[in-house]
Ligand binder design. Structure first.
Ligand code: 4NP
Length: 162
C-alpha cells in the first residue's frame, strides 16, 4: 500500500473492451455504496478497440447485475496515466508486465495485479474474448469479489490511525 490511500485507480487490460470496463463499472458501483471519493477509470495496453463501447457480452453481464457500462469507450494506456493515477491495477500478469515495462521508475511501485492487491492471491482475471458467455460470468464474479476486497482494504486503511 502507498503511504496515503489512493484517490485514483486505473484498471488495465489488453483491449479495454472486456475486463477493465467491467472492473471500472463494478468497482465504481461498490464504492458508490460506501461513499468513498475515488476517481476510477480503465484503459487497454493495445490500440485495436480505441473509441469502441465495451464488448456486448460485458455490457450484458454488467446489466444482469444492475450495472450500466454501455456508455464507456475504450482508450489506450497513455504515458500521463502514470502521473494521473495513484494505483494502476492490471487484470492479468501480462497486463502487469506491460504496465511495468512502460512505467517510469518512480511509478513501478504503484502497479499491481488486481486480484492479488485485493487479497485474493496471485490470480489472473482470464481473458474471456475468445470464449463463451459463461466466461464473462466467471470474470464478473472474480471482479465483484476483488472489488469488494479492494474497497474493504482501502476503507480499512482510511479508518486506521496514521
Ligand atoms: P480485454 O479482452 O483485454 O479484457 O478487453 C480482449 C479484447 C480484445 C482483444 C483481446 C482481449 N483483441 O485481441 O482484440
Amino acid at each position: 500500500m502507498p503511504a496515503k490511500p489512493p484517490n485514483s485507480i486505473l484498471f488495465v487490460c489488453l483491449g479495454n473492451i472486456c475486463r477493465s470496463p467491467l472492473a471500472e463499472g463494478v468497482f465504481k458501483s461498490v464504492i458508490n455504496e460506501t461513499g468513498a471519493d475515488i476517481v476510477v477509470d480503465s484503459a487497454g495496453t493495445g490500440a485495436w478497440h480505441i473509441g469502441n463501447p465495451p464488448d456486448p457480452r460485458s455490457i450484458a453481464v454488467a446489466a444482469k447485475h444492475g450495472i450500466d457500462i454501455a456508455t464507456q469507450r475504450a482508450r489506450q494506456l497513455h504515458p500521463s496515466d502514470f502521473e494521473r493515477f495513484d494505483l494502476l491495477l492490471g487484470l492479468d500478469r501480462s497486463n502487469v508486465s506491460a504496465l511495468r515495462t512502460r512505467a517510469p521508475g518512480d511509478a513501478r511501485g504503484r502497479v499491481h495485479l488486481f486480484l492479488e492487491y485485493a487479497g485474493m492471491g496471485p490470480l489472473d482475471v482470464p481473458d474471456p474474448y475468445y470464449g463463451g458467455d459463461d466466461g464473462f460470468e466467471t470474470v464478473y464474479r472474480m471482479i465483484r469479489e476483488a472489488s469488494e476486497g479492494l474497497s474493504a482494504k482501502l476503507g480499512a486503511r482510511a479508518a486506521s490511525p496514521p
